[in-house]
Design a protein around this ligand. Structure first.
Ligand code: F6P
Length: 320
């Protein structure tokens, strides 16, 4: 394989630039030409494609966001969109593709693979909700960003003896809430994967107060409900005067942590190795400390992401 391309798609994640850099540098190292596709699948279909040099990826490893830009492009779910994308790849003589993104990006990759186009997926989403991997690029940075805010909220919560509801991202997954809840010493974690009972939430806050606790921090995954609705429902069980902080897109930005940069670099280089061997239709992952290759179809059809819910129980045992 002589010419490959790389794109980033869906919600951006810190470390995507580091992954693109690794694909470009490793590709050039292997004697390939590497092209960058702007704006994910939308740019692919539009032919927004350019050749990347070593220098194009210089000074990028520490930057958040994605210098290739990203887009959500549901049109790529259609056969017509896919064929137009393949037409562009052929026009540029591109023989293999690396897609960096979340669930939707992987679906696009699977479609291309089914059309016989070698495609490798790298899991990149702060939600950490791609099956077949313990960690996705961007998750570590996002949880550290959240943690920084939780620590600050704790200061003011204690000063005023208040309850805070901190709404964090994770469209359908509780990973961010679980990790930041445990790391931030939150009294309660509310995630889509675990049922909760508002009466119990209220009584836990009350019992804490009676024991002399000066604050109560509840980390709420957005996939359950939004923070304001949660506060309103909580108020039906007592006068908690809860304050709500919605961290929002701040969680998606920032310079990637060392862990995200290293993971992105390993995944990027490995994707090039696989394309060089003529392989495609695979999504990379890390299980324990081992880099694994998962079949796209199996991943999307048979595997389901599950966060480490043992953290939920741990939190109940140590942070009440
Ligand atoms: O990238 C994942 C994610 O950040 C989710 O956690 C969130 O629900 C969603 O993207 C927000 O998407 P958008 O940036 O398109 O509003």
């Amino acid at each position: 394989m002589k010419r490959i391309a790389v794109l980033t798609s869906g919600g951006d994640a810190p470390g995507m630039n580091a992954a693109v850099r690794a694909v470009v540098r490793k590709g050039l190292y292997e004697g390939m030409e590497v092209y960058g596709i702007n704006y994910g699948y939308a740019g692919l279909v539009a032919g927004d494609i350019r050749k990347l040099t070593r220098r194009d990826v210089g000074d990028k490893i520490s930057r958040g966001g994605t210098f290739l830009y990203s887009a959500r492009y549901p049109e790529f779910a259609t056969e017509e969109g896919q064929l137009r994308g393949i037409e562009q790849l052929k026009k540029f003589g591109i023989e293999g593709l690396v897609v960096i993104g979340g669930d939707g990006s992987y679906r696009g990759g699977l479609a291309l693979a089914k059309h016989g186009y070698p495609t490798i997926g790298l899991p990149g989403t702060i939600d950490n909700d791609i099956p077949g991997t313990d960690y996705c690029i961007g998750f570590d940075t996002a949880i550290n960003t959240v943690l920084d805010s939780v620590d600050k909220i704790r200061d003011t919560a204690t000063s005023h003896v208040r309850t805070f509801i901190v709404e964090v991202m994770g469209r359908n997954a509780g990973d961010i809430a679980l990790w930041t809840g445990v790391a931030g010493g939150a009294e309660q974690i509310i995630i889509p994967e675990k049922e909760f009972n508002m009466e119990e939430v209220a009584s836990t806050i009350q019992k804490g107060r009676e024991r002399g606790k000066k604050h109560s921090i509840i980390i709420l995954a957005e996939g359950v409900m939004n923070g304001n609705d949660f506060a309103e429902k909580l108020s039906e069980y007592g006068d908690h005067h809860a304050r709500v902080t919605v961290l929002g897109h701040v969680q998606r930005g920032g310079s990637p942590t060392a862990r995200d940069r290293v993971l992105a670099s390993i995944f990027g280089a490995k994707a090039v190795d696989l394309l060089k061997e003529g392989k495609g239709g695979l999504g990379l992952g890390i299980i324990g400390s081992k880099i694994v290759e998962n079949d796209f179809e199996d991943l999307l059809q048979n595997q389901k992401h599950m966060p480490d819910v043992s953290l939920y129980k741990l939190n109940q045992e140590i942070s009440y």
